[in-house]
Design a protein around this ligand. Structure first.
Ligand code: AP5
Ligand code: NA
Length: 345
């Protein structure tokens, strides 16, 4: 059992989404012009997907939303409730109740902004074999406003935290809130962590991403996301090692704490970039029959990492715990876990 941590030491902001997950034939993806490993935002033409998944493919409902996933996983590993607090916007409906219930039973404290006139966001998870394609209908999540952070209780929560984590996904919703949290982290010399989240963020939201990047102490991403960033920046090489080096060298406000980049690449080693060094951390390969679905693997990796980082553990321990958590989540549907965590430092 780790030492007792300060309540609310970790704060995250993101899109609280209920995942509607089903195994579908390739034809279903083609019908909606989607690819096997997409992560996109729903347009009008995607709206029938959710109903179809429920009616024709006996979809499962699972707690989702990238940041909330990561914080739930961190809580599961930490075992001490309310170490992490989550901000995001939901509707006033059954889906919000499910999300809140899953978060609280994991020990995660949620401070949702509630919109009575908009439904809670959902994410269609279309599983084809070992691939998963995501289509997020942000709905209420898209209505998060900065005044929620000005609420005296929430303001105190942010001021008391020591670590901050926000997804790239949240850049599509409310960049001013991200900048405010980043500024608080900076003013108080506290770590601010971010995720590239999906290729479309670098493709379409580069301006707000570049605005916040100078505040980012640790940046996470997978191969495709790192490559999308490099392409959007017209960097000459698509080589992950080159991209990682450039990510850590990118402008940074607090130069006394050089940026760290952590890039995952599925079952290949995790790459840790610090100034001029690149280190590899091996991943224990899972056997085909052990894999339920990889949905949530990246989020769980971050959750495992955060659970150790907030305890001041070394990056080596943080990354090994990230790999442990991701491996566990892959053996379970969506971003869910079973039983007690078994991570050994
Ligand atoms: P999804 O993108 O599926 O989750 P993810 O956590 O990013 O998982 P991926 O499978 O994409 O992993 P990755 O590619 O990031 O990482 P990698 O494969 O390198 O999204 C899930 C959630 O996103 C949903 O719940 C949804 O609600 C939410 N979401 C979607 N759109 C959103 C939006 N607009 N706003 C907010 N939320 C949104 O793997 C990472 C690690 O996993 C590896 O380092 C390794 O440790 C492990 N690992 C991976 N593959 C293997 C393997 N074969 N064997 C062993 N370990 C493995
Ligand atoms: Na899974």
């Amino acid at each position: 059992m780790p030492n007792q941590l300060q309540e609310g030491i970790l704060v995250g902001c993101g899109n609280p989404l209920l995942d509607i997950s089903a195994i579908v034939p390739m034809d279903f993806l083609r019908k909606y012009s989607m690819n096997e490993d997409d992560a996109i935002l729903a347009e009008d033409r995607h709206m029938p997907i959710y109903g179809e998944l429920i009616e024709s493919f006996s979809a499962e409902f699972l707690a989702g939303g990238s940041v909330q996933n990561s914080l739930r996983i961190a809580q599961w590993i930490l075992k001490q409730p309310k170490v992490a607090v989550f901000f995001g916007c939901v509707g006033k409906d059954r889906y919000a109740e499910i999300l809140e219930d899953k978060a609280r039973s994991a020990g995660l404290d949620v401070h949702y902004q509630v919109r009575e006139d908009v439904p809670t966001g959902t994410c269609a998870v279309l599983i084809t074999g070992t691939h998963r394609s995501l289509c997020a209908n942000l709905a209420a999540a898209n209505h998060f406003t900065i005044d929620h952070l000005a609420d005296p209780v929430n303001k105190a929560v942010i001021e008391n935290a020591q670590y901050y984590y926000i997804s790239g996904f949240f850049l599509t919703v409310n960049p001013p809130s991200i900048m405010q949290v980043a500024q608080t982290a900076h003013t108080n010399n506290r770590p601010f962590l971010m995720n590239l989240s999906a290729p479309f963020i670098s493709q379409y939201y580069m301006a707000p991403l570049l605005a916040v990047l100078p505040y980012v102490d640790i940046i996470f991403g997978n191969e495709a996301e790192a490559q999308a960033f490099a392409e959007a920046q017209s960097w000459p090489s698509g080589d992950l090692r080159e991209i990682g080096k450039r990510l850590v060298a990118f402008d940074k406000l607090n130069s006394s704490r050089p940026r760290i980049a952590i890039l995952t690449q599925g079952c290949d080693p995790v790459l840790l970039f610090q100034q001029d060094s690149v280190q590899e951390f091996p991943v224990t390969r899972l056997l085909a029959h052990e894999i339920v679905d990889t949905n949530g693997a990246g989020d769980a990796f971050v959750g495992g990492f955060l659970s150790q980082f907030v305890q001041g553990k070394s990056l080596d321990v943080c990354i090994r715990c990230g790999n442990y958590a991701a491996g566990h989540i892959i053996k379970n549907p969506g971003c869910t876990y079973a039983g007690e965590p078994q991570f050994i430092e």
